[in-house]
Design a protein around this ligand. Structure first.
Ligand SMILES: *[C@@H]1O[C@H](CO)[C@@H](O)[C@H](O)[C@H]1NC(C)=O
Ligand SMILES: *[C@@H]1O[C@H](CO)[C@@H](O)[C@H](O)[C@H]1NC(C)=O
Length: 923
């Protein structure tokens, strides 16, 4: 379940790692000779997938088998891959050249930053025709691309003209009535049951279950009361400071998102009181300049529709819920008004923008694009308005066509999607010919200020109805475009995973199939191909201390030839935990028992991650070590420690070099002293009056006098000293020493006052200065300039584990927070309902107790910054998914199994249950 703003922690930690690398690089310059010989990256060959040779002989299918059922084919490659992976994600001991590292990472994973022109170009979208005329490339009109993590930020707010409201305007690219895709007709198909056939429970079991359920409800009651008292009508409660925030347009996100939870938990009074607030929401005016379409759809639209469904629909008598859903949907329908009907995902709702023609983004997140389907489909079913279904069916068709056409990892889609529908390559090819034709037709002089395609007021456009190219005058047109389907968007390598910003598109394929009563076979095909691809490329078994048989889903990066260049990050992220439930349910409805088993193992993976930490809560993001052989996987401490210290092979070498250098330096120093003594003796022989000062200190050179050798060294030394660690640190008291958590380098503790020196330069804008620094304690001239002794492999590993508080099995924890996310308990709940095994209730209970222990506040629950320590800090954030999803899943885990039965309901990615159509002969 992808949540835009939930992803920012990755960004934050990535920034910190880059900053630390920078600091390490500074400190490493001192010993260039040593560090230069110290490789920080594995040889490039390490990334080569061993399956290349296999695929030639065995074909894709058997390769898929090998990939998933056993990793033996990769065994030889493993240490290299470990090196490669770990050196990317952990700062190595010595970093010879910062630039190389950044470059390497950029090449591998990060798109290059947009150039100014690119940003400007995006700004062109703001329909500034002067700017458009200046732009030299890319005629595509586009909304500014948004990156993951910006979804819920308030910072992109622009001043909203007081009184501005969204207004309905005529569509620029309407779908002709006859071409509207209708909901699939016919009787819903009989679909295999998802839920286990639960037996009647014993009175004892019932008592235990209900006691747990009441505790879950108590959490909801406290959080809801807190929201009601301190944040009613606003998006979120700040659960520590007792205030509120409005990151989702200020339409009372928590309130709308939690309506169905209130109903399900039997909090009917609260539900009814909340409806009064719902009535007050004005979706035509928002506190943000742009509506984040995905978040708004899954939380608000999904929340309203589900509340309508669970409270009885039409006969329930809460028609206001449907009214509000339609009101919001009508606004959101504006986002589909593009030439290819792909949605604009950040919708500038103000009339002066909303009324203009636009295209979808060239860099859309795949999850945002693909996760509107259920909400609009359910609304179409309830209202019998096919236009809502048409809007999302076109996106599905585009994904379906793309899956058929093929992506780099056949079956799944890259994280960034070009949804513009414009083939720039083909466009450029056509350009010259078109220019010539235009000049011929209208004469050179008639084309005002021609600058390629950016001529502001005269444009040629293909009429979507007739297919004819027409000349359109005025700003109601877009630059012409050679059409194409969805393609990979963004820059650089493509990333494939089931994690944040990709997840819910995949989640929705089987769920849509259910919602449509099995009448649209495309969703089944889409899902089965996804499932195959995930098994082939992404699933892996990690090596964990008790040899538990668990699975995780990795992230693969490729430049388009995965058999050769695929790079795998063995990540463990909370967002990906939904995938256990997806496999479990998909396996049931499409009758693939192996997938149910995979779902269980994936869910067990997240349970393991919860159990591993000091708080009993899984971190946002981490990496683990894959088993060389998934079928025969045993914990190997040596291998684990090598993964923690990618440079382990070079440590002894480095220590030896250190001692050699030290010996040399000592000898040189002695020679120097000797020479100094000799010269002083000479000088005093010539001029005994200057031999010594009265205090016995060596004399200071007078003005114009050549400085002595000694002071010259000190001048150079001043440069060294600033970045040097404390000389002779071994002599300091232990409590004056700490180790850099990343590099393992010992350093003296110091008060930050000393760190503000110029050379200890400012961090990148927006970052706090690190409290980790390596400024020496003393800067007096006598200080020795020895660098620190490098750590041995054992010391380094012990150090990392202690400083990073790494739980056994984790190679790193790059995002330590827990922000009240639901995905793990979601899958546990699916597993319980699918298998009927009470062990899932017990596993869930441990999770619940841990979460409550660390996140509960007086008036609600708060995100925490670090799950690896029991002294964690509450972050004062309570996202609406806490009450909408997390607590709902916990509650349903301890409810009777027919409450929101998976055979009657299907839940959207925000845990909002929609009613499934009834099969003709029941299920
Ligand atoms: C874009 O156009 C080029 C050149 O005409 C063509 O080779 C390519 O297949 C097109 N891409 C898509 C996705 O249609
Ligand atoms: C553990 O891993 C190391 C390093 O790869 C290897 O040399 C050793 O044989 C392994 N131990 C066992 C018991 O498999």
């Amino acid at each position: 379940m992808f949540r835009l703003r939930r992803y920012r922690y990755y960004v934050f930690f990535a920034a910190i790692v880059v900053f630390l690398l920078y600091r390490v690089a500074q400190n490493s310059e001192q010993w260039e000779t040593v560090s230069a010989s110290f490789p920080h990256r594995a040889p490039p060959s390490s990334s080569k997938s061993p399956s290349t040779s296999k695929s030639g002989t065995n074909g894709a299918n058997s390769q898929a088998q090998t990939r998933f059922t056993g990793f033996s084919s990769e065994e030889d490659d493993l240490p290299q891959r470990i090196l490669d992976h770990a050196s990317k994600d952990n700062a190595p001991v010595k970093v010879p050249d910062l630039k190389n590292i950044q470059q390497a990472n950029d090449d591998d994973f990060d798109p290059p930053p947009k150039s100014n022109t690119a940003v400007k170009e995006a700004g062109v979208l703001a329909y500034d025709h002067d700017e458009a005329a200046k732009a030299t490339t890319a005629p595509v009109i586009n909304v500014p691309d948004k990156n993951v993590g910006q979804g819920a930020k308030d910072s992109d707010d622009q001043p909203v003209k007081p009184g501005a409201h969204w207004e309905k305007t005529p569509e620029h690219f309407p779908v002709p009535e006859s071409e509207i895709i209708p909901l699939p007709a016919g009787k819903p198909k009989k679909i295999p049951t998802i839920q286990y056939a639960f037996e009647k429970e014993t009175p004892e079991a019932r008592e235990k279950r209900e006691a747990r359920q009441q505790q879950v409800k108590a959490e909801m009651e406290r959080g809801w009361a807190g929201y009601w008292q301190y944040a009613r009508g606003h998006d979120e409660l700040t659960p520590v400071s007792k205030k509120f925030r409005d990151p989702f347009c200020g339409w009372a996100a928590t309130l709308v998102d939690s309506l169905d939870t209130l109903w399900i938990m039997g909090m009917e009074d609260e539900f009814k009181a909340a409806l009064v607030e719902v009535e007050k929401i004005d979706f035509s005016v928002g506190k943000r300049a742009e509506i984040p379409v995905f978040e708004t759809t899954i939380r608000y639209l999904g929340g309203l529709i589900a509340a309508y469904d669970v409270s009885g629909g039409k006969s329930g008598g809460y028609g206001i819920l449907l009214e509000k859903a339609i009101e919001l949907a009508e606004i959101l329908m504006g986002v589909f008004d593009t030439p290819n009907r792909m949605p604009v995902l950040y919708y500038n709702w103000k009339p002066q923008y909303a009324s203009k023609p636009k295209r979808a983004a060239s860099n859309a997140g795949v999850a945002e694009l693909g996760s509107l389907a259920m909400e609009f489909t359910r609304l179409a079913q309830i209202t019998k308005e096919n236009k809502y279904y048409d809007a999302v069916a076109r996106i599905t068709d585009a994904f379906y066509e793309w899956q058929e056409r093929g992506t780099s990892l056949s079956g799944i889609f890259p994280e960034h999607v070009d949804a513009t529908g414009c083939n720039r390559t083909a466009q450029n090819e056509l350009e010259a010919a078109q220019n010539a034709a235009e000049i011929e037709a209208y004469g050179e002089t008639d084309i005002v200020k021609r600058s390629g395609k950016s001529t502001p007021n005269i444009k040629k456009q293909k009429n979507p109805k007739t297919g004819e190219v027409e000349l359109v005058v005025g700003e109601s047109s877009l630059p012409e475009c050679v059409s194409q389907g969805l393609t990979s968007g963004g820059w650089g390598a493509e990333q494939y995973s089931m994690g944040g910003s990709q997840d819910s598109t995949y989640e929705y394929f089987p769920k849509q199939w259910l919602l449509l009563g099995g009448l649209e076979p495309k969703y089944k095909e889409l899902h089965l191909k996804v499932s195959e691809a995930v098994k082939k490329w992404l699933l892996f078994r990690p090596m964990v201390p008790d040899d538990r048989d668990i699975l995780f889903s990795a992230k693969v990066t490729t430049h388009g030839e995965p058999e050769i260049d695929a790079k795998t990050q063995y990540e463990v992220t909370h967002l990906t935990c939904f995938v256990g439930g997806m496999f479990g349910m998909g396996g049931k409805i499409f009758e693939v028992p192996a997938d149910v088993e995979i779902g269980e193992k994936l869910t067990e993976g997240c349970v393991w991650a919860y159990e591993s930490t000091a708080t009993g809560i899984m971190p946002e993001g981490a990496h683990v070590l894959p088993c060389p052989d998934a079928k025969d996987c045993h914990w190997n401490q040596t291998l684990y420690e090598q993964a923690l210290d990618p440079s382990w092979e070079h440590r002894d070498e480095q220590i030896q070099k250190y001692y050699d250098q030290k010996a040399k330096a000592k000898a040189a120093k002695e020679r120097e002293r000797e020479m100094e003594r000799e010269r002083e003796e000479e000088e005093s022989a010539q001029d005994p009056a200057w031999a010594t000062s009265r205090t016995g200190q060596p004399k200071k050179p007078t003005l114009g006098e050549r400085p002595s050798r000694g002071s010259q060294v000190d001048d150079d030394g001043a440069r060294v000293q600033k970045r040097a660690a404390v000389p002779g640190i071994g002599d300091l008291e232990d409590d004056l020493i700490e180790r850099d958590p990343i590099t393992g380098i010992k350093k003296a503790k110091f008060s930050t006052a000393g760190a503000e020196d110029a050379e200890d330069s400012d961090p990148a804008p927006g970052f706090k200065k690190s409290t980790i620094s390596q400024v020496p304690l003393h800067e007096d001239e006598d200080t020795e300039k020895d660098p620190l002794r490098p750590l041995s492999h054992e010391e380094y590993v012990a150090n990392r584990i202690a400083n990073e508080k790494l739980p056994a099995g984790f190679v790193d924890v790059n995002s330590k927070a827990y922000i009240l996310r639901p995905e793990a308990i979601e899958s546990v709940w699916y597993m319980y309902r699918i298998t009927g095994d009470k062990k899932w209730q017990d596993k869930g209970w441990k999770m619940f107790e841990s979460i409550v222990q660390h996140t509960a506040t007086e008036i609600g629950s708060s995100a925490i910054d670090n799950v690896l320590t029991t002294k964690t800090t509450q972050l004062n954030e309570m996202e609406s998914f806490w009450t909408a999803e997390t607590l709902k899943y916990f509650y349903l885990l301890y409810s009777e199994p027919n409450l929101i039965s998976l055979d009657s309901w299907v839940l959207n990615t925000e845990a909002h249950p929609f009613k499934r159509p009834k099969a003709p002969f029941g299920v």
